[in-house]
Design a protein around this ligand. Sequence first.
Ligand SMILES: NC(=O)c1ccc[n+]([C@@H]2O[C@H](COP(=O)([O-])OP(=O)(O)OC[C@H]3O[C@@H](n4cnc5c(N)ncnc54)[C@H](OP(=O)(O)O)[C@@H]3O)[C@@H](O)[C@H]2O)c1
Length: 238
Amino acid sequence: MKIVIFGGSGGIGSALVEKVAEVFPQASVSATWHRSAPPADSAAHWSRVDLRSEDSIRQYSTRFEQVHWIINASGLLHVDKQMPEKSLQQLEPEFFMRNVQLNALSTLLIAKHFRHVLKKTETSEVTSHFATVSARVGSIEDNRLGGWYSYRCSKAALNMAIKNISIEWQRTLPQVCVTALHPGTTDTALSEPFQRNVPDGRLFTPEKVADCFVTLMLQLTAKETGRFLTYDGDLIPW
Ligand SMILES: NC(=O)c1ccc[n+]([C@@H]2O[C@H](COP(=O)([O-])OP(=O)(O)OC[C@H]3O[C@@H](n4cnc5c(N)ncnc54)[C@H](OP(=O)(O)O)[C@@H]3O)[C@@H](O)[C@H]2O)c1
């Protein structure tokens, strides 16, 4: 079995790398990083990939013959000097485009260039997965608070990308389950500036979230493709 975790150097990504290695000790686990070098003692095969670059993703894809599980755990909410917008007046086109590029376009490009290696799992006994870590705030129907324009719009675009891929692959890669996953607020660098108002018991460790995601993916079959799910398997409206 072959597993690839994009954004394996992140809070949720690094816990996923550990978790899949524990659950599938015979599997070959590959993971990507961009700016945060991976731990030296990791058993995964690490590569530096810039998910903003189609060329970087395409080149990385050429290293694989067959992949059973792909999880994209990369993402962006804030950068050094820029926090998510509280109002429309704070919207900056460049920041908006950075969000869209990393939070939405990267998943489309991974799907485009890894389609052929997922295709090769047609006769495999395990369900193949293409999952991406989205966020509940990308749900249009669930939006009650507003704000966070760039992040919300980019995750809404990601959700549409996942739904679209799932429809196309139901015809052409019917053995693959395509899913958008919401982790809940998780204690990582991404959520760190926003953790103060999280109710007691609602700030999850990355290890808990990785455990939930892998447990969920083990239960899902290709018939359940095209869903937006919380870490514990509840459906979120698109
Ligand atoms: N934490 C939460 O509460 C929460 C809640 C809802 C949804 N999410 C979603 O969960 C996912 C993971 O978030 P996290 O909390 O684990 O964030 P994180 O710790 O900040 O990790 C972000 C990951 O994205 C990678 N990345 C950033 N820019 C990249 C680029 N240009 N090319 C390749 N990789 C790049 C980072 O790699 P380097 O560090 O190596 O550059 C890192 O691996 C994101 O999609 C986020 O939106 C998180």
